[in-house]
Ligand binder design. Structure first.
Ligand code: THU
Length: 125
């Protein structure tokens, strides 16, 4: 699965986002070490703090399905920068510190970075 293919899946699923408050739609596609792909979207709530991001939706879906070893996650969204928020970086770190994160820069360039680059010196329990 190429970065571009995984990003395409994230881009398509983002239409399922439930975001009546921010109007921002985000989709995530998470590739497991055995080649499965789990998707997620942001799901907002009138109690704003209860909102869940697309990345965490995808991780929750994968873990619920019995998968915890992730190699790559792609994110597509209608906001300018599609890098995972701080909570999502920490959430991904829990399962796969070596995961690659794929997203588009504001100019449309597809980039991939290691989670360790995005969350250096992370908290370890
Ligand atoms: N959002 C995500 O889905 N992922 C992120 O990494 C950042 C933010 C969503 C949450 C909320 O529904 C909307 O974007 C605005 O913050």
């Amino acid at each position: 699965m190429t970065d571009s293919q995984l990003w395409q899946i994230a881009d398509e699923i983002k239409d399922n986002a439930y975001s009546p408050y921010s109007n921002i739609k985000v989709g995530a596609a998470l590739l497991t070490s055995d080649g499965n792909v789990f998707t997620g979207v942001n799901v907002e709530n009138s109690s704003f703090g209860a909102t869940i991001c697309a990345e965490r939706s995808a991780v929750v879906s994968a873990v619920s399905g019995g998968f915890r070893d992730f190699v790559k996650i792609a994110i597509s969204g209608t906001m300018k920068s599609c890098t995972p928020c701080g909570i999502c970086r920490q959430f991904l770190m829990e399962f796969s510190p070596d995961i690659t994160v794929v997203y588009k820069e504001p100019d449309g360039t597809l980039v991939s970075k290691k989670l360790n680059e995005l969350l250096p010196d992370s908290f370890i329990y």
